[in-house]
Design a protein around this ligand. Structure first.
Ligand code: NAD
Length: 573
């Protein structure tokens, strides 16, 4: 294998194989890295699921079994499995007549019961040495990677309508990485101890769990997020009430079962499905609320934050609020961009998992000089995107998550159809007779401030604004100022000088910024994830600081010599 450089582009050549383009000359130098560190852990490998592969055979078996059953999912509070009289069903989004889980919502009294159990369990849990907890987390990661990998994937495919690759990168790779990498970061972080300047005193820090309980409120779109929001605080010595999303219930239940099998004691993570506002109202009025670990939409996080503010005088501690919210992620194309990269990256970012990734590209800015080529490329690929039941391994995407999402997304499409400023140039169809299917849709707008360019749609709708090449600087400003979000963004350019400038001009527009790559696909340990502005508190799940956000550190000073003075020498004559 050798590196060859042609026209400012690096190619890897393998003997006997054709060359593969891997990047441009300036990449790597644009953001200088002071001390690249060796990382001893590898990310969980992503399996291929090619026809005939052992993983595919096993997955198909599990899919058949899971699809033919409707699993009973109880609430779990401490040791108790509870079925309330608020019974609900999770259905397959791509075939909404098929039920895959029967579950129960907690009443306010059950949420209060879970709080009591958690608060008591926390003190015992925290006494377990951290080494024991770290070992347990690696055991969980191992069970997820081996014995239960296909159960997690099948539940994610059937319940959240993810294709096999989207499930594998979420409910296998990312979930496993959260458990093993956060354990590694904690082990490393514990090595830091404060300065002890002489032999007479010793300073140390110990990491306690927080005094109370943590509420983990997770979204539907990533199984891995559910596992991370609930179990990373638990790793740090907290007890948790986990409220999973109704539309990710089965996959989240599998995480809970696996952790229980690996030895997480009763009461440490309590599995509490509940109607959102009932859960929010109950936890925010408890004096024991120590933290909320939330991922979901801005309105829900705003409501929880406001409720915490209203109840402040009730609490024993100031609750820690960590929230990762929505985005209106952009692809900004420069006239020097490589069109093929732009087209492939945009199709993947905008339409994989139906644009239901918080990082999905939803607005795009293309210079007039490249528009004809970019448009042809996008439309040609869009034509090939098949949608359907995700058990058919040839489909590109499944259905959107539920009737509410279907109505919201199709509403944006209808709005675009009627607007004189917009033209649907690809797709625009939808049908919910069997599953909640929406065609990958591409809209061109004359107005860069149209609501399709500024609001989070969270569906397979990409809106494009074509700018005059001479308006490049104004377009950069538009990218910065059009939305209240700052989650992810990507620029595409071969012009190194401009890319450097854009990196600075767009500094506050994204917590995860990409150069010549799609705005989705962050990997635990590689691109710690989170945004600022209204996209969240930017606590970077998958990075070295994240788990420590869930500890309450205590600084301890020990003195080994008698204290013989009460005053200061300068006071004496
Ligand atoms: P959502 O806000 O509707 O729901 C999130 C969770 O909050 C669910 O469990 C829901 O039941 C619960 N909930 C709803 N109302 C509540 C209330 N009043 N009190 C307490 N809990 C309540 O979001 P969603 O549709 O599940 O997820 C999609 C959203 O999540 C999008 O906006 C997406 O961008 C965002 N998201 C962000 C990230 C990120 O890392 N920034 C990752 C994934 C998803």
């Amino acid at each position: 294998m050798t590196f060859v450089c042609k026209n400012r582009t690096f190619y890897i050549t393998y003997s006997g194989l054709s060359s593969r383009r891997v990047g441009t000359r300036f990449l790597g130098s644009i953001v200088p890295i002071p001390n690249p560190t060796e990382f001893p852990l590898e990310n969980e490998p992503i399996l291929s699921y090619k026809k005939g592969s052992p993983e595919r055979k096993e997955l198909e078996k599990v899919l058949d079994k899971m699809a033919s059953e409707c699993e009973e999912v109880p609430l779990v509070i401490g040791n108790e499995e509870i079925k309330s009289n608020l019974c609900k069903y999770q259905v397959m989004p791509h075939n909404h007549k098929e039920k895959i889980a029967k579950y129960y919502w907690a009443t306010p009294d059950l949420v209060k019961k879970a709080i009591n159990v958690a608060v008591k369990a926390q003190r015992e849990w925290e006494k377990q040495p951290i080494e024991k907890r770290l070992e347990m987390w690696l055991r969980i990661a191992d069970l997820m990677a081996t014995k239960y990998r296909q159960q997690l994937n099948a539940a994610t495919m059937l319940g959240q309508s993810k294709t096999v690759i989207q499930a594998e990168i979420d409910s296998a790779a990312e979930l496993i990485d959260f458990f093993k990498m956060h354990a590694y970061f904690v082990k490393e972080g514990l090595k830091y101890q404060p300065i002890s300047p002489d032999q007479q005193t010793r300073n140390s820090i110990r990491y306690r769990g927080m005094d109370g309980f943590v509420a983990a409120v997770s979204p539907f779109n990533f199984t891995a997020i559910g596992g991370n929001l609930s179990y990373t605080p638990a790793l740090m010595g907290n007890a948790v009430l986990w409220k999973p999303s109704d539309t990710a219930l089965l996959s989240n239940w599998w995480i809970f079962k696996i952790c229980r099998e690996a030895g997480v004691p009763p009461g440490i993570v309590n599995f509490v499905p509940c109607e959102g506002p009932v859960f929010g109202d109950t936890i925010t009025t408890s004096p024991y609320l120590a933290g909320i670990n939330f991922t979901g939409s801005v309105p829900t996080f705003n409501r929880l934050w406001a409720q915490v503010g209203q109840n402040l005088a009730k609490y024993r501690n100031y609750p820690k609020l960590v929230g990762e919210c929505g985005g209106k992620n952009y692809h900004l194309v420069h006239s020097s961009a490589d069109v093929e990269s732009v087209v492939n990256a945009t199709i993947k970012s905008a339409f994989e998992f139906n644009g239901q990734k918080c990082s999905a590209c939803s607005r795009m800015y293309v210079p007039e000089s490249l528009w004809a080529k970019v448009k042809d490329g996008l439309l040609a690929l869009r034509q090939k995107l098949t949608i359907g039941d995700v058990r058919d391994f040839t489909v590109y995407t499944g259905a959107v998550i539920d009737a509410v999402a279907f109505k919201r997304i199709s509403g944006y499409i209808e709005y675009a159809k009627k607007s004189p400023k917009m033209e649907i140039i690809g797709g625009g169809g939808y049908d919910d007779s069997c599953g909640y299917f929406i065609e990958p849709t591409i809209v061109q707008t004359k107005d860069p401030k149209e609501k399709l360019m500024t609001e989070e749609i969270f569906g397979p709708v990409l809106t494009i604004y074509v700018y005059k090449d001479s308006d490049l600087d104004e377009t950069v400003k538009l990218v910065d100022t059009s939305t209240p979000y700052a989650l992810t963004g990507a620029i595409f350019a071969q012009d190194e000088k401009w890319a450097r400038k854009a990196l600075e001009d767009l500094k506050y527009t994204a917590g995860n910024f990409y150069i010549n790559d799609k705005s989705t696909g962050s990997v635990v340990g590689q691109q710690p994830f989170g945004g600022s502005r209204m996209s969240g508190t930017n606590d970077k799940a998958g990075g070295p600081q994240y788990a420590f956000r869930w500890a309450s550190p205590q600084a301890i000073k020990e003195t080994f010599v008698p204290l013989q003075e009460y005053d200061y020498p300068y006071m004496r004559s």
